[in-house]
Every structure is written in structure tokens, then in C-alpha cells.
Design a protein around this ligand. Structure first.
Ligand code: NAD
Ligand code: IPM
Ligand code: MN
Length: 359
């Protein structure tokens, strides 16, 4: 029998629906601890607007220290209403907190699974026959590219000009492509490299690196696809993909598209890992200011992010499976939040999951 796990997770709830869905994940963790005899505790840390109000910064030092001392980070979301982006309380909050944590811990490999669970085909806006069996893993590069390249705003010929630069080095690409090959080797052995190599020099470098790394993975079938075609193919025949690897920007966009295909952004968890496998685990969606405080957010992406955390950080596979099984079983019993055309609140749906883990 496995011994009881002990540990500490830093919980960074953030803004909007962040605190509501983190609360759900903590309840699920408590149920897992109880059922399996573990002692994994949580230490809350402030980030986003609440941190701004208390410390005058979005990502205070205290929060970084808590994260450094933890085994992993369970993150909610940050960001304010789209119309308030330019107020000091909200300006640059995503860059300061998310990009700050990703860079600080060098979380270069962002794993975003897009999975249609058996019996949940009706969640999708696509016809069931198109999405049946869909099980895609997007591996998104997370600490470089256009998100982190030099940017500036200046004046030229009497008008404003803005510049963002997309920069990738061979080694930045290689390490994330390797993660994708390794993932594919353990799955259906198919890897699609998504890029815009018909135009972009960075994409050409991605292809060179991918061809070089492919030599170490002769059993994995690799192909290349342009991002525009990949978006179309993902919406038309998602079940034909296995693992997708792509850069920071393309991966961001493809994963939201994946949310629509699977049925809701509220279903997509993610893991962002570094070379030492330290990770930040968060939903792929944002702070959803339009529904914040209403108690109707779907907590699934956050709960499944906890399940990924248990897998990657503590190697607790049975426990992670139990969370997934409980969630699926709740859906199969017709228990759903509003985004999935149900009428359960965040709290009520969480109770449905917790009850099944306890059983
Ligand atoms: P969003 O992902 O917050 O919301 C998009 C739409 O999906 C909204 O209609 C929202 O209500 C819905 N939605 C998202 N999560 C849901 C859930 N769990 N349950 C039910 N419905 C859900 O994207 P947005 O509206 O473009 O951005 C809002 C804010 O979040 C912005 O400030 C943005 O910068 C920020 N953001 C943060 C993160 C993050 O923290 N990781 C990610 C994306 C966006
Ligand atoms: C995500 C988010 C972030 C990103 C934003 C909020 C900076 O959209 O995690 O997908 O683009 O990476
Ligand atoms: Mn995004």
C-alpha cells in the first residue's frame, strides 16, 4: 500500500470567479485527503486586485515566498472587467501575475488537455459524431515568444507605432517539443506541430528543431500543420488529433477554441511545468467578470486542475482518477452548471463531486 502523502499547496485564488472555484477545489482536496488518508494542506496567497489593495502590487513578494515554499501552485484566475483594463487596480494584472509567475518558475511546458468524456458529447456545439472520442493534448510553450519579446510604442511620421517581437531560441523550442514527443509516445503516438512556417521565421526554426528531436522518437508519427488550417481541422475533425505542440500565442488561441469544441471553457484544466516538474495548475479560462459573484461558475476546470496537480506533483494517480470519475458520474446523473445548460450553482455541483469522492 502507498504511504499517506503529506504536502503543502499554495492556492492563489485571484480575481473574479477565482475565489469561488478555488473554494470548490479545496473542498475536493479535503474529500480526497479524507478518503485516502493524506495530509495535503493549502496555504492561500494573494494576487491580483486584492493584493493591489493590500500591498499596492499585483504579485507581492509574500505570495512568491509562499509559492516557493510549496510543492505546487493551484491558481484560479486574475483580471478585471474588460472595460476597466486601464485603471491602476487592473492595468497589467495578467502580465504582472501570470506572466510573472510563469517566468519566475520557468514554467515552459503548458499542458492543456481537451477531452470529451464518454456520455458528454452533448456539451459540445458540434455534432456528437464529430467529437466522439476526442482526446487531444495541447502542449503550449509558455515563457517565450511574442508574450515575452521586446515591445515598444513610438512615434513615426507623425503617427503612433507599436511593436511586439516574437523571439525563440533553439533550446527554448527543443525543451517543449521534447515534452510533447514524450507525451505523444505515451499516448497515440501522433504529434502535430502547429505553426505558420509559410510566413514566420520563428515557425521555420520550430520545424527544424522538431525534425531534429523527431530522430529520438522514431515511434512517434510527426506532422506539421499551419495554424489557420489547424483551427479549422480542430473544429471539423477534433478526434483525428493526438498531441499538438505550438508556440505561446497560437497555443493560447487554440485552447479557447478547444473549450468551445468540448462544450465550455469551464471544462479545461491545465498544468504549467518546469524542468524540475514544479508546476502551476490552473483553468485555461479567465476570471469571467461577467458571472463573478453570482455563484454559477463551472468549477470543473479548477477541480480537474487539482487532479492534474495530484498526478504530476505527488504521483497520486488513483486519487486523480477518483476526482475525474466523480465529476463524470455527476454529469452522467444529469448534474450540471449553467454553462452546460444545467441549473446547479458552483457550490451545489461541487457538493455532487465531493459526495461521490467520499462514497
Ligand atoms: P474568460 O475566460 O474569463 O471568459 C470568457 C467567457 O467564458 C465568459 O463569458 C465567461 O463567463 C465564460 N467562462 C469562463 N470560465 C467559465 C467557467 N468556469 N464557468 C462558466 N463560464 C465561464 O475570458 P475574458 O472574458 O476574455 O477575460 C476576462 C478576464 O480574465 C480578463 O481580464 C482577462 O485578461 C482575464 N484572463 C485571465 C486568465 C487567467 O488568469 N489565466 C485567462 C484568460 C483571461
Ligand atoms: C491564458 C490566458 C493568459 C495567456 C492571459 C490572461 C495573459 O489567456 O492562460 O490562456 O494569454 O496566457
Ligand atoms: Mn488564454
Amino acid at each position: 500500500m502507498k504511504t499517506a502523502a503529506r504536502g503543502v499547496i499554495a492556492t492563489v485564488a485571484g480575481d473574479g470567479i477565482g475565489p469561488e472555484i478555488i473554494n470548490s477545489a479545496v473542498r475536493v482536496l479535503e474529500a480526497v485527503n479524507k478518503r485516502f488518508g493524506h495530509s495535503i494542506s493549502t496555504t492561500p496567497a494573494l494576487a491580483g486586485a486584492q493584493a493591489w489593495d493590500k500591498f499596492g502590487e499585483h504579485l507581492p513578494k509574500e505570495t512568491i515566498t509562499i509559492c516557493e515554499g510549496a510543492d505546487a501552485i493551484l491558481f484560479g484566475a486574475v483580471g478585471g472587467p474588460v472595460d476597466d483594463q486601464d485603471t491602476p487596480r487592473w492595468k497589467d494584472v495578467e502580465k504582472n501575475v501570470l506572466l510573472g509567475l510563469r517566468k519566475k518558475f520557468d514554467l515552459f511546458a503548458n499542458l492543456r488537455p481537451l477531452k470529451v468524456w464518454p456520455g458528454t458529447e452533448s456539451f459540445s456545439s458540434l455534432k456528437p459524431e464529430f467529437i466522439k472520442g476526442m482526446d487531444v493534448l495541447i502542449v503550449r510553450e509558455l515563457v517565450s515568444g511574442i508574450y515575452f519579446g521586446p515591445r515598444k510604442r513610438f512615434e513615426r511620421d507623425g503617427q503612433q507605432v507599436a511593436e511586439d517581437t516574437n523571439v525563440y531560441t533553439w533550446s527554448e523550442i527543443e525543451r517543449v517539443v521534447r515534452v510533447a514527443f514524450e507525451a505523444a509516445a505515451g499516448r497515440k503516438k501522433k504529434l502535430t506541430v502547429v505553426d505558420k512556417a509559410n510566413v514566420l521565421e520563428t515557425s521555420r526554426l520550430w520545424r527544424d528543431v522538431a525534425r531534429a528531436v523527431a530522430k529520438d522518437f522514431p515511434n512517434v508519427n510527426m506532422d506539421f500543420m499551419f495554424i489557420d488550417n489547424a483551427a479549422m481541422q480542430l473544429a471539423r475533425s477534433p478526434a483525428t488529433f493526438d498531441v499538438i505542440v505550438t508556440d505561446n500565442m497560437f497555443g493560447d488561441i487554440l485552447s479557447d477554441l478547444g473549450g468551445a469544441i468540448v462544450g465550455s471553457l469551464g471544462l479545461l484544466p491545465s498544468a504549467s511545468l518546469n524542468a524540475k516538474k514544479f508546476g502551476l495548475f490552473e483553468p485555461s479560462h479567465g476570471s469571467a467578470p461577467d458571472i463573478a459573484g453570482k455563484g454559477i461558475a463551472n468549477p470543473t476546470a479548477q477541480i480537474l486542475s487539482l487532479s492534474m496537480l495530484l498526478r504530476y506533483t505527488y504521483d497520486l494517480q488513483k486519487e486523480a482518477d477518483a476526482i475525474e470519475a466523480a465529476t463524470l458520474s455527476a454529469w452522467q446523473a444529469g448534474e450540471r452548471t449553467k454553462d452546460l445548460s444545467g441549473n446547479l450553482s458552483t457550490e451545489e455541483f461541487t457538493s455532487c463531486v465531493v459526495k461521490r469522492i467520499a462514497a
